[in-house]
Ligand binder design. Structure first.
Ligand code: NAP
Length: 489
């Protein structure tokens, strides 16, 4: 255990570039700067460049100009750039983790876990860059041949959220580089530092200028709107809220822009009476408390068989209630702050709404006094059907527990949402497990485990959690076009 000193914090922030990265050059933003805050103190951390529309257009110009040469680069060379970047990220895990914790709030061990996860996308796609293929086959009627080839989609725009400041970028950047696409990246304004540090690493790893262009901006819609309308852009990949995803999709309809949408979730966590309850509580801690509950995959509601609901809630409350709250840089801290005051107010309002309708707080139920945006880990029982937090994404350390009588009721309740990102199921009955997995309307399921994120697996949702997949062999297909050549033989 080491204690991070204020001067180490300052040094970590100072060494991150704060300018825009366009066409291989670091340059100031035409609109001046925007402030980045430490959510654990509510104090400013630093200033970063604030891009104008002209800066954003220059970034797209650079991506368009670099496109043909990068598409023609040997796949092995593109893979080697990713491999070098993977190794550098791993070497610099400690310093990257400190930057992430300072801007986002999560604990240092959690930041390190995200950095490992983020780096894995570069390792995976460094290997995939040399496995892009097509096919040659005989047409069904025997008359002629079918040739298919895979080609890079072209210039992409990536818009990413604050909750996983690095991994939400590498999940897009890794496969795009492997496929031979160029890009403009716009991270969330609350957490631009991790992505700026990543751009520097890619530069050092030999990524040619113009392939990745990074803009930070105080107005996302103003800077990205003109890019989405620009016919030279060929793909938008967005990770963020369903609300913003809908707006971007509407904008993208004018040019029929190719899209990937990684949106919000409302994950059900189902525990059957035959489950190993201690393992389910362990899984629940991961599914609920990872990232202080600020994850799209966060368990939003716990559906627990009536026979074991009380026991499950008590065990979960004991664990959540004993977690140490504090600044993420401090030793032994397990729960950092929420990202900002708006987020904390939203969590607080949802809990008050549930309590007002009859829910009981077994533990927690209030904000933490003092500076920073902390909220007590909370377990609610007797949650009524009409409580808003069963329908809305909580994005905080709050676990509502609700009983069910049988399997059909559990599956129906789990599916009773417009979202469809992930679900968690705990049971020891194999037939039931497979039946329930088939019945759940989600893109991913954690079966007897509280985490699904894995660079070698296709991450993504259905229904209003979006479409497209990130990770695994599927992830690179989002950046490839299929061209078919009809051959007269
Ligand atoms: P958000 O408000 O939708 O913002 C996400 C990104 O979009 C940010 O970079 C934001 O920039 C930008 N943005 C906001 N409004 C925009 C507009 N009108 N035009 C263009 N860009 C715009 O989401 P968030 O609060 O950062 O992140 C939390 C959400 O992300 C949750 O709903 C969570 O479930 C979802 N999420 C989904 C996944 C997944 O893989 N499915 C993963 C992680 C998070 P600013 O910083 O300037 O607002």
């Amino acid at each position: 255990m080491t204690t991070i000193t204020p001067s180490q914090e300052q040094q970590a922030v100072e060494q991150v570039p704060k300018q825009l990265y366009i066409a291989g050059e670091w340059r100031d933003g035409a609109k001046g700067t925007l402030t980045v805050e430490d959510p654990s103190t509510a104090e400013p951390l630093c200033e970063v460049a604030d891009a104008s529309v002209d800066d954003a257009t220059a970034a797209l110009d650079a991506a368009v100009n670099a496109g043909p040469e990068f598409a023609a680069m040997a796949p092995r060379d593109r893979g080697e750039i990713l491999r070098r970047a993977f190794e550098t990220i791993v070497e610099r895990t400690d310093e990257l983790a400190l930057i992430m914790t300072l801007e986002m709030g999560k604990t240092l061990p959690e930041s390190k876990a995200e950095i490992t996860y983020a780096a894995e996308f570069f390792r995976w796609y460094s290997e995939e860059s040399v496995r892009i293929d097509g096919r040659y086959s005989t047409a069904a009627n025997g008359q002629g041949r079918v040739l298919t080839m895979k080609q890079p989609v072209g210039p992409c725009l990536f818009i990413t959220p604050w909750n996983f400041p690095l991994a939400m970028g590498t999940r897009k950047i890794g496969p795009a580089i492997a496929a031979g696409c160029t890009m403009v990246v716009k991270p969330a304004q609350q957490t631009p530092l991790s992505m700026l540090a990543l751009a520097r690493i890619l530069e050092e790893s030999g990524l040619p200028g113009g392939v990745l262009n990074l803009i930070t901006a105080s107005s996302s819609s103003e800077t990205t709107g003109p890019l989405i309308a620009d016919q030279r852009l060929r793909k938008l990949s967005f990770t963020g809220s369903t609300e913003v995803g809908r707006k971007l999709m509407a904008q993208a309809s004018d040019t029929l822009l190719r899209l990937s949408m990684e949106l919000g979730g409302n994950a059900p966590f189902i525990v059957f009476e035959d489950a190993d309850i201690d393992a389910a509580v362990q899984g629940a801690m991961l599914a609920k408390m990872r990232n202080v509950g600020e994850a799209c995959t966060s368990a939003n509601r716990f559906h627990v068989a009536d026979a074991v609901a009380e026991q499950f809630a008590e065990k979960l409350a004991a664990k959540m209630g004993s977690m140490k709250i504090g600044r993420g840089v401090d030793d032994g801290v397990e729960v950092g702050p929420l990202i900002d005051d708006d987020q904390r107010t939203k969590v607080s309002d949802l809990v008050q709404d549930a309590i007002g309708r009859g829910a009981q707080a077994v533990v927690g139920g209030s904000a933490v006094d003092g500076s920073g945006y902390f909220y007590h880990p909370t377990v609610l029982t007797d949650v009524p059907e009409d409580a808003k937090l069963l329908k809305e994404e909580i994005f905080g350390p709050v676990a509502p527990v609700k009983g069910f009588q049988d399997e059909d009721e559990a599956v129906a309740a789990a599916n009773d949402t417009e979202y469809g990102l992930v679900a968690y199921v705990f049971t020891r009955d194999l037939k039931r497990a497979l039946r329930v997995c088939e019945g759940l309307e989600t893109g991913m399921i954690g079966l007897n485990q509280g985490i699904v994120s894995n660079a070698s697996a296709p991450f993504g949702g259905i229904k209003q959690s979006g479409f497209g997949r990130e990770g695994g062999p599927e992830g690179i297909q989002e950046y490839l076009e299929t061209k078919y050549v009809a051959i007269n033989l």
